[in-house]
Design a protein around this ligand. Sequence first.
Ligand code: PAF
Length: 331
Amino acid sequence: MAMNATTRVRVWLGSVAAACALLTGAGAQAQTEVKIGYALAVNSHYGAGAQAWADSVEKSTAGRYKFKHFPASALGGERESIEGLQLGTVQALIVSTGTLSNFVPEVGVVDVPFLFRDIGHARRVMDGPVGQDLIKKFQPRGIVALAWGEQGFRHLTNAKHAVAAPDDFKGLKIRTMENPVHITAFKTLGAAPTPMAWPEVTGALQQGTIDGQENPLSVIVSAKLSDVQKYLTLSSHVYAPTLLIVSPRFWNKLSDADKAAFLEGAKAGSAAMRAFVDDVDAKGVATLKAAGMQVNTITDKTPFQKTLAPAYAQYETKFGKELLDRIAATQ
Ligand code: PAF
């Protein structure tokens, strides 16, 4: 049957509309939301890592995955978020090993004070056989660990006085992570360690229920701790890696190609975190001084290591001399 011009246009418009409906339907159906949580703001090292991870996956999967960010502990403290990830209520997290060692105690070895000589040493250990062996310990505990990220070396802040020698720790009420290795170290130094989840820390510092806390410059700057703390001691007492992790419930449903995309993305996230840490380690002290903090640096670690001798004996029993020596021997 011959069609006139108006009918032909109607038929053509109808086909275009049907094709659009099909495409929209297919697109909506194919896009999977990935909830990603982390403890600090989007403009922190955590936000930088999460954004790089999201950008990489969204690009390499042509938008089939869309990350939704839950920054600033929006999913609760790190421990609660990890429990959520194990249950599958959140798909991806970036969290500190300080908290993860409650789930995989072996990872607590990286929390041993003054274990790493410098950031290069720490990164080589995490990227080398020791770090890769540790990563394998996560899956049997209901966590899929994809890549090591980073916060930097932890330093001490407090509201009372400059800390230059082990004796200066005496009596200071220091918030620590809920981490047995950290708690042992601060007890041995003579401080009064107060384990506390991160979301409560700023309030506790404001109210004076604790005198100080310890975290890398990346956190001290991002969380504006200079508003509530006068003294910053560059103690570099513990290296703080993070892990980019996903829920096994989510991971097990991914195709091999999509698993590869998430792994590549996590590596991009890790690189972004390290770049952020390098930048804040270069500029952060000036920022904090400008905000009114009084800063001192511990250049000789020996008196602190001597005071920590009883703690080192405990760490050796817990993690094994062989592993500690392997880390120290990594070039
Ligand atoms: O101190 C902590 O609890 C952690 O370093 C933080 C700030 C939550 C980042 O992982």
